[in-house]
Ligand binder design. Sequence first.
Ligand code: A3P
Length: 288
Amino acid sequence: MSEEVSKIVDSDGNHMVVKYANGYPFPSFEKLKDNLDEFKNWTPKPQDVFLFAYPSSGTHWLWEVTCMLIEGKAERLQLEKEHYMIENSSSKTLDNLKEPRVLNAHVYIEQVPECLLENNKIILISRNPKDTAVSWYNHNVADLETDYTGKFPAFYELFRVGNVPNGDWFNYNKTWWEWSKGRSNVLWVTYEDAKSDLKSVTKQIAKFLEIPASDELCQAIAQECTFKKMKAEKHNLLPFELRGDMSFYRKGQVGDWKNWFTVAQNEDFDQIWDEKMKDCDLPVQFTI
Ligand code: A3P
């Protein structure tokens, strides 16, 4: 499959512009396929930390927390953040980033170099797929490049079968989960846990990364990374010119799906969940 720009069309005839890499649809980042091909053959530094998640799971939020922990300061980072997202960066750009580095991506496991999977610390984030669907819908509507103007019900029909940018939520999370089981270089974090107690999750990340962070530092980072503060300060990962006014900070709540899903959609999704997750103990909070 080439990098050529393609379109996903919803049942109302509205399109979403995507690019394919390894057969998976992604938002149309410039040089997406080149960047991901280079990444597959790239060798990270042993200290590089990676955050992987299906989009809209809180990647940007926990990236900020992890960077602050590594820097040892509860301060907003003055970095060119867009370069820390792998889809958006060539291997040369990645090589030039100041160390120690925290990189993030929404890539599938087969797009990641073997040496990274074996040797580097990886934080995986999952979020209730119903909230993820709502957040990802709003993100796509706000993304200039995606050019999507559809309504949520039509987007939902695509999401439930995985025909949206970044593909199938179940496939993405289950593949990473099955691979990660029993591995000491992986930490799973849920959006909901981070929402309910960010200080504890910050401590968990510090322990995993073997960073001797004090209670005070974890508390200060949690305070610096509240939704309200990050939204007010516009901790944006990508500049406006790249992706438009995207909703990295839309609502930041657990359970907003209840304002979007109809009773029928909810029942439908519960059924899909039961089918797809019956043999899977993925750490994700679904029933809230
Ligand atoms: P909502 O659209 O539900 O508000 P990602 O960075 O993976 O794209 O995730 C984006 C989601 O994380 C958005 O969800 C965004 O509001 C939420 N988010 C970002 N920063 C957050 C924070 N500090 N606290 C809680 N949620 C946050």
